[in-house]
Design a protein around this ligand. Sequence first.
Ligand SMILES: [Zn+2]
Length: 276
Amino acid sequence: MPELPEVETVRRTLSGLIVGKTIESVKVLLPRIIQRPDDIRRFEMELAGHTIVDVGRRGKFLRIIMDQLVLVSHLRMEGRYGVYDQNDEVEKHTHVIFRFTDGTELRYKDVRQFGTMHLFLPGEEFKEKPLMKLGLEPLEETFTSTVLRDILFKRSTKIKVALLNQEYVVGLGNIYVDEALFRAGIHPERPANTLSDREWVSLHEAILTTLNDAVEAGGSSIKSYVNGQGEMGMFQHSLQIYGRKDEPCMNCGHPIEKIVVGGRGTHYCPNCQVNE
Ligand SMILES: [Zn+2]
């Protein structure tokens, strides 16, 4: 499941590949990917003739920004984009094809078919689903430890569950929440309203370093993960806690434990992250 760093890497790659291109035509092969508008033919017709000016991101959503339209795209589990020549064979699981006037095509593939696309007029996308209720962007300067504390310190929700909620902070999924809580030395089941001022500062710092390290890893290793078509694969980061059940903690050597928190598999070190 892509989280903020993966989507940010896709955004940067895609930006270099498609900005400046003009859409000649669009073909939707799997209607369920298109959530807005309801009419697939309208989706195809409206996009024709528009030029891509930027690729943005809001949480785990990509925003493909055109001169008069914005396409909001979520990759979910397996969605991926690739840029091809229009004569290249259309591979299995290709669901949407954007043909450009230069003879290349942006193709959306999705084995699991969970990905979504919503088409909006510029600005309109923030007032409606799926972006409307999204919380703070952790990589923006306005995200400070005070802001983080202010939105969560009254809540009795377990801190891991609170951090997974995209209405508070966006972009953190199961992997990076575990990583951030480990780095901050906070037990994932601690109710948010029990964290001290010092812990909010550590947690804020841990979220930033976890995400920035991962974005940097994606950026530096990106060449090996983009194939000839410009198709992006997911990259592996060096994770300190996630997926390391029974292995020694990197801080203290105690075996890492795996529990279920809010229905999600959760890794933590019982020695470094005490539930006090
Ligand atoms: Zn430890």
